[in-house]
Design a protein around this ligand. Structure first.
Ligand code: SF4
Ligand code: FE
Length: 490
């Protein structure tokens, strides 16, 4: 692993110069800009964890390609133990950063692509896997951060990629040369895009034969001159001014992952970096395997965040003198219960993992969908309970400027104090942390990241095997399992 520490990762970002815009201006250095630096620091934690004695075993793995020690974020899962270790690692990182540390998107893209290109090669005799292994060995040895780029803008959602009035609404191949392809289009909501080294671009949906030019999987360096990124806004991002350390709530890290739109304006991709080109029948499994891996993760990274939130409200209750009230204990118990229930499903879908023909391990897809569906509810319920326990203070606290003001600072300190001996500043800081983790942009990722709730419901119904369940019910109630065919009333 060339990049061994968080500091080396940050330094490596200073050596590349991707084109990034934020609020209409170019960002020169993502590691120092107040809008992006918090996300860089969160991703740096994925590097730091590998050096932490207690967590090294979780954060590193042995490459099945080279036998060398690598970051788990670049590893192709070889067994169930790998899947479970990943889950444990993500919870620890959620606890340490209280936010999205972004690097799992690339990890899931690597795993989905590896297993699917193996199957493409088996069917068509292509050499995608060899190309992919070469690229992956480079990623593993250098220990680079990869952004998994899947979501296209999609234009008119009722139409397939090939039927869009504007063909660029899905990334597509605009030219095929002997030595590679030229691609055009964009990917939205790219978590960690601005602070990654490489983009692993994948199709966004299952495609039919007519959409061959859109069935493209390939790797592009983030600083390709024809790649432009536009970094998204987050709630309260203007508070990230140097003086407002307290009002940010979580000064070191961002509210969520830090997302960007990545635009590809006729980017040339050399053949050795193309891992799928036109094999439309495999687009569905690539998308689904990626989504299932990412949905499994959410019951881990988000439980890490819920641990922090539960700790924050419990501390606030202590310093406000309400910790022993029975309703407070009950609500905290419910927060813990919801959090651990989610974690169960992440562990379960990993424990029920299975080997794809390539040898790469997949999670149980039904349980992964159930896991993510529950994130869209439980994280919100945990946040609701946190806001309930914290009180109206979250919405009415005076700013850090008032706290530090010569004129009114003493009034803020006096009237926002809690238990004797606890500085008012501590009460304000912990309240701001709760505000940052429950409001604004903080929860949107739990709803829509790894696919919106409806995407999971479609898969849960599809994989629910209703025919088998009907047979079970019939057998127990004495109805013949095989009946004369009948028409189901609408
Ligand atoms: Fe990783 Fe969670 Fe962020 Fe997804 S939302 S990239 S799983 S930390
Ligand atoms: Fe995400």
């Amino acid at each position: 692993m060339k990049l061994k520490h968080g500091a080396e990762y940050i330094e490596s970002l200073r050596k590349i110069h991707p084109v990034i815009y934020y609020k209409g201006k170019k960002i020169k250095d993502v590691t120092r800009h107040p809008a992006t630096a918090p996300h860089v620091r969160a991703a740096a934690m994925t590097y730091a964890l590998a050096n932490d004695k207690e967590h090294r075993d979780l954060a590193t793995a042995t490459s099945h390609l080279t036998g060398r020690t690598i970051s788990r974020f670049t590893h192709v899962h070889q067994n169930i133990e790998d899947l479970i270790k990943k889950i444990k690692m993500l919870r620890v990182l959620g606890q340490k950063t209280g936010t999205c540390f972004q690097r799992c998107v690339g990890l899931d893209g690597i795993n989905a692509t590896y297993s699917v290109v193996y199957e493409i090669d088996e069917k068509f005799g292509t050499d995608y896997l060899e190309r992919f292994k070469k690229w992956l060995t480079y990623i593993q040895d250098e220990n680079l951060m990869v952004v998994g780029a899947m979501t296209d803008p999609k234009g008119d959602r009722s139409k397939s990629p090939a039927d869009q009035a504007d063909p660029d609404q899905y990334v597509h191949v605009v030219e095929r040369r002997d030595d590679g392809v030229v691609i055009r289009g964009a990917k939205l909501h790219m978590t960690g895009g601005v602070n990654s080294h490489e983009i692993l671009l994948m199709p966004t949906t299952a495609m039919d034969e007519r959409s061959k030019d859109y069935a493209i999987t390939c790797a592009v360096p983030v600083d390709d001159p024809n790649v432009t990124m536009i970094f998204g806004r987050q709630a309260s991002d203007d508070r990230r001014d140097k003086k407002e350390r307290i009002d940010v709530g979580k000064p070191a890290y961002g509210a969520v992952g830090g997302e960007a739109v990545i635009v590809f304006e006729d980017v040339f991709v050399p053949a050795e970096r193309v891992f799928m080109d036109g094999e439309t029948e495999f687009t569905g499994s690539l998308v689904y395997r990626f989504a299932a891996h990412h949905r499994a993760n959410y019951g881990a990274c988000k439980t890490g965040l819920m641990d922090v939130l539960t700790g924050a409200v419990s501390y606030l209750a202590q310093i406000q003198g309400t910790a022993k009230a029975s309703h407070v204990r009950d609500k905290v118990t419910e927060m813990i219960h919801l959090c651990e229930t989610l974690y169960c499903s992440s562990i379960a879908c990993s424990a029920e993992g299975w080997a794809t023909p390539s040898g790469a391990y997949m999670v149980d897809t039904m349980l992964a969908n159930v896991c993510k569906q529950n994130v869209t509810r439980f994280h919100f319920e945990v946040a609701r309970l946190a806001v309930d326990l914290a009180g109206g203070l979250l919405a009415t606290l005076p700013s850090q400027y008032d706290l530090e003001s010569e004129d009114v600072g003493h009034l803020v300190k006096k009237y926002f104090s809690g238990a004797e001996g606890i500085p008012t500043e501590h009460r304000i800081k912990i309240s701001r942390l709760i505000e940052a983790m429950t409001g604004g942009t903080a929860l949107v990722e739990s709803m829509h990241g790894a696919g919106s709730p409806q995407a999971q419901r479609v898969m849960i119904f599809r994989e629910g095997d209703l025919a088998k369940k009907i047979k079970l019910a019939k057998a127990l109630s004495g109805i013949p399992v095989k009946e004369k065919p009948f028409r189901t009333p609408n």
